[in-house]
Design a binder for this molecule. Sequence first.
Ligand SMILES: NC(=O)c1ccc[n+]([C@@H]2O[C@H](COP(=O)([O-])OP(=O)(O)OC[C@H]3O[C@@H](n4cnc5c(N)ncnc54)[C@H](O)[C@@H]3O)[C@@H](O)[C@H]2O)c1
Ligand SMILES: O=P(O)(O)OC[C@H](O)CO
Length: 333
Amino acid sequence: MKIAVIGAGSWGTTLADMLARKGFAVTLWAYEADLVERMRRARENDLYLPGVSLAAGLDFTAELATAVAGKDLLLLVPPSQVLRVLMQQAVPHIAAGTLVVSASKGIETETLQTMSEVLEETLPTSLHSRLAYLSGPSFAKEVAAGMPTAVVVASRELEIARLVQDVVSTETFRAYTHTDVLGVELGGALKNVIALAAGVSDGLGFGHNSRAALITRGLAEMTRLGQAKGAQAATFAGLAGMGDLVLTCTGDLSRNRSVGIELGRGRKLKDILAGMKTVAEGVKTSLSTFRLAQKLGVEVPITEQMYRILYEDKDPRQAVVDLMARDLRHEND
Ligand SMILES: NC(=O)c1ccc[n+]([C@@H]2O[C@H](COP(=O)([O-])OP(=O)(O)OC[C@H]3O[C@@H](n4cnc5c(N)ncnc54)[C@H](O)[C@@H]3O)[C@@H](O)[C@H]2O)c1
Ligand SMILES: O=P(O)(O)OC[C@H](O)CO
């Protein structure tokens, strides 16, 4: 099977390396042409995955058309906000019958569309039944180090999910199948917003009680919004929901949680982002999720406060006060 991985950030590079080691012919497309040159020479992604020696058979290119042409499977791993433009450029070169798997976690800010909605709008209808989504608790660094990891592959067509499950699973990377595409992709996108909030809580010096409350009530609002959009509630109790939420709200490797910690310590968003070359998807997804929730008439109190901290420069301490002062209610309301 010939595979192209689109996006050479830490996750795309890790997945490309893993699949090349499994014996597939893998081409990794990078946005940065100079990075391609360096990866070819040193077999290391010094920008996004330093210190990891890449598989001998892994091929690199900065040409998107070359990357996608003649492939059996495309694994899409760019930041979510650029998926649309990349697909618009790639479409004329994608062969009929190609499997297309998205591993990006986010919601477009302009359209409020999820990755499945973006792909269904940009790819020809003939490819829609060939689409799948990879999500779940998976820090790239830990996967690259061969640490046991469990993820979910969702597709509306169970057969396609099974096919992709077989392709991506290894001795240390265990994929489960799912058919709730929306639930799986929303779990991965929405948890980033709650992870920012958990970081803010840590940065403010709050403790385990606060974090546990954010995780649990965060899951409640993720589920509420997901259901309003047509996802299944049970999906949010699985790897792509609760699993990824716990990982990202507690793990020191999370970029989203790290950004939240800095905000909680009083740094300004633009200063934090200026020093970052990696993507913290939750920053943009806070905006899209808050707008989406307003559009669907769903209450998302944690996301709303995160949006106000990020986009209205609200003092994080006041955001906590406002969250705690809301009307008292039943837990399941
Ligand atoms: N890193 C992880 O542990 C991890 C795990 C699961 C899912 N993800 C998801 O994978 C996606 C990619 O994240 P990552 O962590 O691999 O990236 P990263 O933060 O390591 O690197 C940033 C990436 O953005 C790319 N980029 C920047 N500007 C671009 C542009 N204009 N056009 C195209 N590409 C551009 C860079 O080339 C690079 O590939 C995100 O949606 C993320 O949520 C990441
Ligand atoms: O580092 P983060 O916060 O982008 O999280 C990475 C992955 O989504 C964890 O599953």
